[in-house]
Design a protein around this ligand. Structure first.
Ligand code: PGA
Length: 237
């Protein structure tokens, strides 16, 4: 594990974007695993800037997102497809057909989960997986539980996640209660994992995840076993 300590959110975003940009330069057909949330917004802004300057080319890049809420239309402002289009995908020269987010509206969620795992496999796995961390230690929507779930699966969101995400909705009742998330296997098999975390409220969980016991009660703790994990954070951990 390599921990890159930075000064602040802005520097974290720049560093993370530079690591992603380097990946695209080395392999223009790279498969990026992407994340949503407040944390990666600065990283995406910086990637857009690098693309506009002509420093990186997304035309052959494939993106595969970690997760999506169930029951929200992709056009819903809080859906993760909408988030990705808004913050990154429609702002760079990527072919939208090569960008993937689970279909939270699929009638048969089991079939959708299988489709997503097939898609990851056919893409040859993920080259670089960008990750945030939830206050409860989740990565993607792999919530604390009694076991690590390997494949893409449907999850019931925990109170903690519903509360954290209610800030984006008019009321807590509007927050979806279920989501589809990539499982632990695709994340761990990614050739490189890039974890970003900022804000004092993430300090304790980040410490626990990186230095505490590896346990499905803290899903991000599995990253300690990753062969190439880079953590970029301004937090004193
Ligand atoms: P945040 O979410 O970036 O909005 O804090 C991170 C996460 O829940 O994975």
């Amino acid at each position: 594990m390599r921990i890159i300590k930075v000064k602040n959110y802005e520097e974290m975003s720049k560093k993370a974007a530079d690591i992603i940009a380097a990946q695209i330069l080395l392999d223009p057909g790279t498969v990026l695993g992407l994340a949503t949330g407040s944390t990666p917004i600065g990283t995406y802004d910086r990637l857009v800037e690098l693309n506009k300057n002509g420093d990186i080319d997304f035309s052959r890049v494939t993106t595969i997102n970690l997760d999506e809420y169930c029951d929200l239309e992709p056009t819903h402002e809080q859906s993760y497809r909408y988030f990705m289009n808004k913050h990154l995908l429609t702002r760079v020269n990527i072919n939208l057909e090569n960008t993937h987010v689970p279909n939270g509206k699929a009638r048969d969620t089991d079939a959708e989960c299988r489709r997503y795992d097939d898609l990851i496999e056919k893409a040859g796995g993920i080259d670089l997986q960008l990750l945030g961390i939830g206050h409860n230690g989740h990565i993607g929507f792999n919530e604390p539980s009694d076991e690590f779930v390997p494949g893409t699966h449907c999850v019931k969101l925990t109170e903690s996640t519903i509360n954290a995400n209610s800030r984006f909705f008019n009321s807590i009742d509007e927050v979806p209660k279920r989501a589809i998330t990539m499982g632990i296997r695709a994340i761990i098999q990614a050739k490189r994992a890039l974890l970003i975390a900022s804000g004092e409220d993430k300090k304790e969980i980040l410490k626990k995840a990186l230095f505490g016991p590896v346990t499905p009660q803290v899903p991000a703790s599995i990253l300690q076993l990753h062969r190439d994990l880079i953590v970029v954070t301004p937090l004193d951990i």
